[in-house]
Design a binder for this molecule. Structure first.
Ligand code: SME
Length: 163
């Protein structure tokens, strides 16, 4: 497991790369695809990284991701993704077997973090889901950094609306 200092340093490098890569980009899917790729390849303890998009009231549909296939549709009343969408709050699950209603997409996943993506106006656009094959892989450093990354993604919601 990474120590706190090294984890934060890796996140700072990943955030800087993502900021440069998406600068000026207007397309939300292009941004999500870039973020999923950067995150998945930056951290050894990530075994799935990607987005579920809000496509109708109470309904998430899979978006750009890296890793083994994920389930295609999740309603807000199911799973960790549904909880993050419904509550609009980051969910850290140290042990997925202890989460009621957990949706198992991969038998390898042991812990998970899901972060909401909000537009600057406060509309829920998507959630970012990151899974790990290690128990208790995610902490407040992951939450704070992934929330900053989701703010960069959410800012595209405003650019889309303006275009
Ligand atoms: N485990 C998630 C579903 C998505 S996959 O992990 C890719 C959940 O419970 O919401």
């Amino acid at each position: 497991m990474l120590d706190t200092k090294n984890k934060q340093r890796l996140y700072e490098l990943a955030r800087a790369r993502i900021r440069d890569l998406i600068a000026g980009e207007m397309d939300l899917i292009a941004i999500m695809a870039t973020v999923a790729g950067e995150l998945y390849h930056s951290f050894d303890y990530f075994d799935w990284a990607g987005f579920y998009r809000v496509v109708a009231p109470g309904l998430l549909k899979i978006g750009p991701y890296q890793g083994p296939h994920g389930c295609l549709t999740i309603s807000f009343d199911r799973g960790v993704c549904g909880a993050a969408a419904r509550l609009r709050r980051t969910q850290i699950v140290p042990d997925v077997t202890q989460f009621p209603g957990y949706i198992a997409c991969s038998a390898a996943t042991q812990s998970e973090i899901v972060v909401p993506v909000l537009s600057p106006a406060g509309d829920l656009l998507a959630v970012l889901d990151v899974d790990s094959d290690q128990l208790n892989a995610f902490d407040e450093i992951d939450a704070a950094n992934l929330e900053e990354i989701c703010k960069m993604v959410g800012a595209a919601g405003r650019r889309d609306a303006a275009s």
